[in-house]
Design a protein around this ligand. Structure first.
Ligand code: GTP
Ligand code: MG
Length: 220
């Protein structure tokens, strides 16, 4: 059944998203402050969330590359905004995590400020993927960011990570709880996607969802 809002069939969407994410993906800029952001160009998708939630791993899984974005067991691996050009269609932006990180508080504050400034002021940002660890759920620091995004009218989509570590029941419960919470979060996207970068779960679904953001310009 064709149930997506852009009126493309499931097959068309999947084919487009497969091609989009199988193509070239190149790192082209890293920013440590607002002055050295690359000029806005292609539509951008941001990946934000607490330290160690799995942002860099998810970007690698989406693009089918193991080492495109650097990952680590130690929270605080990504310390700048990293920009990846996906096949000339869109830009994926890997962000530093907020919350706990094994680096100085001053540095965390500086990159957290940068992330907030970027999120609120970037004209080409189409959607923020807000990553939540399936085991931990939404924490106070996530809620703070959600409130800010609601105020700035930046659309964000909850993406559960590390779904290989929890049961299907846990995910269903989270989704039910979030459905109730959504009333207070007008900029939240209605669809939650549960992913595991490790087990390749939910990755094709997320690719399709993100592809629809650029598909109207590229379907022939
Ligand atoms: N079990 C499991 N572990 C994962 C998954 N995705 C990432 N991890 C692990 O989580 C840890 C952190 O992953 P990263 O991708 O570096 O997380 P990040 O959010 O980019 O971290 P920072 O850049 O430090 O904020 C690593 O040890 C990963 O192997 C997953 O789907 N399942
Ligand atoms: Mg990272």
């Amino acid at each position: 059944m064709n149930n997506n809002i852009n009126n493309y069939s499931e097959d068309q969407t999947q084919e487009f998203s497969r091609k989009l994410f199988a193509g070239e993906c190149q790192f082209f800029a890293a920013s440590t402050n607002l002055e050295n952001l690359p000029p806005p160009g292609l539509p951008e998708i941001g990946f934000a969330g607490r330290s160690n939630v799995g942002k860099s791993s998810l970007i690698n899984a989406l693009t089918g590359r193991k080492t495109l974005a650097r990952i680590s067991r130690t929270p605080g691996r990504t310390q700048q905004l990293n920009f990846f050009n996906l096949n000339g269609y869109m830009v994926l932006v890997d962000m530093p995590g907020y919350g706990f990180a094994r680096v100085s508080k001053t540095r965390v504050r500086s990159w957290t400020n940068l992330m907030h400034d970027y999120l609120k002021g970037r004209p080409t940002l189409q959607r923020l993927c807000l990553l939540i660890d399936s085991r931990h759920g939404i924490k106070a620091s996530d809620k703070e960011l959600m409130n800010e995004l609601d105020d700035a009218a930046v659309v964000y989509q909850i993406i559960l990570t590390k779904a290989d570590k929890v049961s299907v029941k846990d995910i269903t419960e989270f989704s039910r709880g979030f459905e109730l919470m959504r009333k207070k979060h007008p900029a939240s996207h209605p669809e939650i996607i549960a992913t595991s970068a490790r087990k390749d779960k939910g990755i094709a679904e997320l690719r399709s969802s993100l592809s629809l953001l650029v598909a109207p310009y590229h379907f022939r």
